[in-house]
Write a protein that binds this ligand. Structure first.
Ligand code: TYD
Ligand code: MG
Length: 458
């Protein structure tokens, strides 16, 4: 096949160059030039609006918004409940989903289970494996107990061949595992480079939209936590899912970051077992470490992920630091930690200036909501003073810079979940406490607070 002409485009300013350079000749940024297939030349000559558009030709019909029939997207549930939950109901024809996560976290496992479930419902499924041979995929499917699976497997990494095969077979769903292994002949860059990943994903997306095949792209996350190709794929696709969780624990979270067909911030919870990933339909208590007696530095909070409340233990360790003490957080925002330490000092007189402070959300779960603030502060204070909090204690609430405690959304639901799991004492923002005269939550003593100082006094 004749190679098409390529050139290099700057990811910062869009400037182009005929050959690769370390520094962009247009804006001067370093290391920003990536290869692309050069747009056809000569377009500008016959179109007064510029270069590339001329090649597309013709005018298109316009439609009035109110006259377009608004049909709800029709989805095919995969039958794996926790996956359907994050997808917003199921796979959408022509939809493109990107699923990212660390190596070994379970992406291939989950997708093989999903395509097999779809195949059994009579949906034609194709699994393109660029990382493993057909035999390896077969071995995995045996392990998952899918001996009789009718899913078609294509071990291939060349984009043009993949698209030609997809076009010939027109499956209802195709998985590309992974997008980093696929390469196009039209570019000279190595597979996995930003240029290749972007070009291949764009072609596959176009194919999905044109053919109605739902495509799932598997993407590896780099050490910095971004999908390779500085998030270039996220805006191209319809749905972005990320796997989270500690590879050492058996629990895995799948979180929707973006979803054109459903709600975001919904999460699916799975447990990795001998025979693949199993959905956990009642995940509220899995992120607690089981202490028999209360220990200093540990506070349980109720977080609301999507539609379900979950209890997560926050642990803190405060220890004498050197001249430049460290602040580290796992699963929580580090800047927020620095802010909370300042609030603790200023408004509650708890000084950690010369101390190392480490905080961790148990089980590798990532907490993004500010309702964790109160639990973080209490765990730090508890560790600093070496005093455990009472047994059956929970706390949640956002803390502001002035030391005020602000309510968390849907506080009643959180409290009910805590009571259901046998927690007996709660420190919560005043606005989240049940109103006077209204029904109390059985078994739970609630302390409503307005300021950080009050919370620490309790
Ligand atoms: P995998 O799906 O290959 O990860 P990814 O595609 O995200 O890189 O998952 C691999 C891990 O899962 C591996 O460490 C083995 C484990 N595993 C199980 O525990 N049980 C199983 O049934 C399977 C198939 C894998
Ligand atoms: Mg894999």
């Amino acid at each position: 096949m004749a190679k098409e002409k390529t050139n290099y485009v700057c990811t910062e300013c869009g400037g182009t160059s005929a050959k690769w350079l370390g520094k962009c000749p247009s804006c001067g940024a370093w290391n920003t030039l990536v290869e692309q297939v050069a747009p056809p030349a000569g377009g500008a000559a016959n179109n007064r609006f510029g270069t590339q558009f001329a090649a597309l030709g013709g005018t298109a019909d316009l439609a009035v918004l109110s006259e377009i029939e608004a049909s709800d997207v029709d989805r095919t549930p995969t039958g794996i409940d926790e996956l359907d939950r994050v997808l917003g109901g199921g796979i959408v024809p022509g939809g493109v989903t990107l699923i990212g996560g660390d190596p070994g976290i379970g992406k291939s496992t989950l997708l093989l289970q999903a395509v097999d479930a779809l195949q059994r419902q009579g949906q034609n499924a194709l699994y393109v494996s660029g990382e493993e041979s057909g035999a390896q995929v077969a071995l995995r499917s045996r392990r998952l107990g899918l001996e009789r699976s009718q899913v078609q497997v294509l071990p291939e990494i060349q984009l043009e061949k993949i698209i030609a095969t997809l076009d010939a077979h027109r499956p209802a769903i195709a998985v590309i595992d992974s997008i980093q292994t696929v390469y196009s002949d039209q570019l000279t860059s190595a597979p996995g480079s930003v240029a290749q990943v972007r070009e291949c994903a764009a072609h596959l997306t176009r194919f999905a939209k044109a053919s109605g095949t739902a495509i799932v792209l598997v993407g590896h996350v780099t050490k910095e936590g971004a999908l390779a190709g500085p998030r270039v794929l996220e805006h191209m696709v319809d749905t972005v899912l990320y796997f989270e969780g500690d590879t050492h624990s058996s629990f895995r979270l799948v979180r929707a970051i973006k979803n054109r067909f459903g709600a975001v911030n919904e999460i699916g919870v799975f447990a990795m077992t001998e025979r693949g990933l199993k959905g956990v339909s009642n995940p509220s208590a899995i992120f607690l470490s089981q202490h028999t007696e209360p220990v200093p530095g540990s506070v349980v909070m109720v977080t609301l992920e999507g539609t379900r409340p979950m209890l997560v233990e926050i642990q803190a360790l405060v220890d004498n630091g050197g001249p430049s003490p460290r602040r580290l957080s796992v699963g929580l925002d580090r800047d927020r930690l620095a802010m909370l330490l300042a609030v603790l000092h200023r408004h509650a007189g708890v000084a950690c200036m010369d101390q190392d402070v480490f905080v961790n959300a148990v089980g590798g779960v990532r907490i993004t909501e500010p309702a964790a603030d109160l639990a973080v502060m209490l765990s730090i204070t508890s560790s600093l003073r070496g005093k455990p909090l009472p047994k059956g204690f929970i706390a949640f609430g956002e803390v502001g810079l002035a030391g005020e405690v602000r309510p968390a959304p849907r506080g009643q639901e959180r409290l009910k979940e805590a009571a259901k799991l046998g927690f007996s004492v709660a420190v919560v923002p005043k606005a989240n406490a049940p109103k006077k005269g209204s029904k109390e939550i059985e078994g739970l003593t609630i302390h409503a607070v307005e300021r950080v100082e009050e919370a620490l006094d309790i």
